[in-house]
Design a protein around this ligand. Structure first.
Ligand code: 13P
Length: 281
């Protein structure tokens, strides 16, 4: 059960009442750690990288690695290009074999966001891949470089956006933000419920790091079927490496690599359990 498309994974999640974890990765150790947790729990999963991360992990190197890892996994794994902004980068990901792409036009006026997302949806479809869009504006930014204000999704506009673009999954802004929250997020479950009642495709929750388990579960009940986790993975990998040094477990480079894999594994495992997707592969 190797590389798969995102849409069927999310469709199953919607009918099964769970969410698929979409884990950001930056190197081989993170990919290995996430897929170890996925295999152990027999879960479907998505591995992703955002455009802003490519300065550290060039797409032409990390992309083929992600695709090869998904193909090699006994579990269904989709490979997703997260927060795509430039059409040529999105196309590069599709050429490499990514099975879904996001166009993030959340900062653009509604009409422009709809128009470009619809174009990207067509491009992705020509590759047999899926497309995610965003309506409203999730706070912060994927790599913490910008402090973008939260602009909650309007449910009626979400439906209009869906009708104009035909996206396969829709990211909503309900008080969530990227990065570590300065204070516990107060999610607008009312907006989520109304949006899910109108839009017929699975909804996506960005900014998964720091959301409490019960809030995740409530979001899933109300219509979230894809949850993005980035910062928690990076933090867990760093923490695991620090612990390994503190415990004098690093005798050479390969011990550091093992600690990194372990950090990504632990974080993915924890989220897979919360999202209810263990055993759903
Ligand atoms: P966090 O870094 O808050 O987990 O957000 C991840 C995300 O939404 C990536 O698109």
């Amino acid at each position: 059960m190797p590389l798969v498309n995102m849409a069927p994974l999310l469709k199953d999640a919607r009918s099964g009442g769970y969410a698929v974890g979409s884990f950001s990765v930056a190197n081989m150790e993170m990919v290995l750690g996430v897929l170890k947790a996925v295999e152990e729990t027999k879960s479907p999963a998505i591995i992703q990288i955002a455009e802003v991360r490519l300065n550290y992990s060039p797409l032409e190197l990390i992309g083929p690695l992600m695709v090869a890892a998904a193909k090699n996994s006994p579990m269904p794994v989709a490979v997703h290009f997260d927060h795509g902004k430039a059409a040529e980068k999105i196309k590069q990901a599709l050429d490499i074999g990514f099975t879904s792409v996001m166009f993030d036009g959340s900062h653009l006026p509604f009409e422009e966001n709809s128009r470009i997302t619809a174009e990207i949806k067509k491009t992705a479809a020509a590759y047999g891949a899926d497309c995610e869009g965003e309506i409203g504006c999730v706070g912060g930014s994927e790599d913490g470089s910008e402090d973008i204000a939260i602009n909650c999704t309007s449910p009626a506009q979400a439906l209009e956006f869906y009708n104009k673009t035909g996206v396969d999954a829709l990211a909503v802004a309900i008080g969530n933000a990227h990065g570590n929250y300065k204070q516990a997020p107060k999610l607008r479950f009312d907006i989520l419920e109304q949006t899910a009642g109108l839009v017929p495709v699975p909804l996506v929750l960005h900014g998964g790091t720091g959301i409490l388990p019960d809030d995740f579960r409530r979001c899933i009940k109300l219509g979230i079927n894809k949850i993005n986790i980035a910062t928690a993975t990076f933090d867990s990998v760093e923490q695991s490496a620090r612990e390994a040094y503190a415990n004098q477990a690093v005798k050479g480079y390969y011990d550091l690599q093992t600690a990194e894999v372990e950090g990504a594994y632990r974080n993915a495992l924890k989220h897979i359990e919360i999202f209810g997707c263990a055993g759903k592969a």
